[in-house]
Structures are given as structure tokens and as C-alpha cells.
Design a protein around this ligand. Sequence first.
Ligand code: OGA
Ligand code: MN
Length: 282
Amino acid sequence: MSAGRRIRVEPSSGALGAEVSGVDLAKLDDAAFAEIRDAWLEHQVLFFRDQQLSPADQAAFAERFGELEAYPFLEPLDGHPYVIPIVKEKDTRMNFGGGWHSDMSYQERPVKATLLYAIEVPPRGGDTLFANMAAAYEALSDGMKELLDGLRAVFTAAKVHGAAGFYQNADHPMDKRKNAAREEARYLHPVVRTHPDTGRKALFLDLPHVERIEKMRVHESEPLMNFLAQHATQPQFTTRFTWKAGSLAVWDNRCVQHYALNDYPGERREMNRVTVAGDVPV
Ligand code: OGA
Ligand code: MN
């Protein structure tokens, strides 16, 4: 355990993630936030327990990381335009985020941070997995790194949110706010991006949001994308968080992918989610 002057930080695995204690996120001073931000850049995803956060408290904490950005495909809470309820009801089969991904990577400026706060969780199950995309990149061969360093990929929300997307005809209340132009937009991002704060390179390619690699045929690009996804999510690059009511996680989408486990049929799970605007990846 390392101790700053105000917070305690306990790494969660060898790969990434740390649990932070000794802090009330609803009453945070600037010095404590500075320590949290440093720990976040170092560990890539932070976990906090036993927080009591109203939607306004969560949005205020999120705003310390940067300007908030609304999620385009779900309705926010009344009076809180940046706080999105992510609810899986007892009889819903589909979940939100049930595949490895980086949030809103299909945008011209993918979001930097996501803050997820647990309000109600199942008695067991419903964990979230996180994978370190910088460690995954660093573990590749020099030849593969050279190939990838020059590549860009075509990102789009269409595979998930589009007319033929994953969420169509699903029993998840997704796509209530139809947003056709944003569903079908496409942006090119580098397959390997450099983190603007740490300078560390990371793989930036998530299967739900990437159509193909630029300048490649689909049948060339698909096996490469599948290899990278499989490589990057090996257990040694991951950590797993078991939620309790009052837990909050904040992850860095520039160097982390995550996966919401859908292993709690018949149970209800309710989270509030806030996202923070990011830069054009380089
Ligand atoms: C998200 C997401 C994971 C979860 O909010 O972006 O992927 O476990 N959620 O709910
Ligand atoms: Mn997500």
C-alpha cells in the first residue's frame, strides 16, 4: 500500500487497477483530488468503496477530470443531463457493455474517463473486468509493433447501435434516443495511441466499435483485429472488480478496455454513469 498525504492506494492486480481508501468523494479538496489524479494515471482504473453520491455529487467529482460529455444513445436522469442510469432489470437478458470495449471510441473525440457508481447490485455476479492496453501493446513483438504503429482503424457506433447493430431487437432499453447520424458516423483513429498525460503507448482497437483497419481488405483486417482483441484481453493484462452498493470505479478509456459480465439472470443491477470528454487520439 502506498500512502499519499490524504489517500491510501492499494493495487488490485499485477496488471492495473487500485483501490483507494481514506476519502469521501462527496467532500473532496483539491489536494486530495491531485493525489487521486496521479494514482489514476498510474493505475489506469481506480475503485472506491462505501461512497454516498447523489447524481449531482457524482457529476461534480467527474468534472474534476474534465468537461462532461453526455452519452448519445440513452436518456439521462431528470435534471442531470450527464448522469445516465444503466439498469438491468430482473427479467432483462441483455446487458450494457457485455463485450471488451473502450467507451465511445466511435466518436471523433472518444471520452477520456468513465465514472460508474453502483446503486443496486446482485448478491453475486455482475463484476466488471478491465484490461491494460498499454501492457498489451508492450508485450507484442517488435515486428507487430512496427506494423501497428503505422495503422489506423475505422471506428463507428454502427456495429452496436446502428440499424443492423447488436442492440436492435434486444430486450435492453438501448437506443431509446435514436441518433442516426451519430450511429453511422465513421472516424479514423490510430491503432496505437500515445497517452497525452503519460506518454505511454497503448493499443486502441475494440471489436464492438471498429469496422476494419484502414487500407486493408476486410478479410485481412478481421483476423488481425481478432488477434489483437484476444491478445489484449489475456488474464495477465486484466483485473476484476466486484461491486457493492456505494462502489465507484473511474477508468481511463485511453489505455483501458472493460467488460461487463452478464452472469446474474433474474437479479437487478442499477448503476449511474458519467463520462468525461477527451481528445482526438494521436
Ligand atoms: C459502461 C460499461 C460496465 C458495467 O458503463 O461503459 O461498460 O459493468 N459498464 O456496467
Ligand atoms: Mn463501457
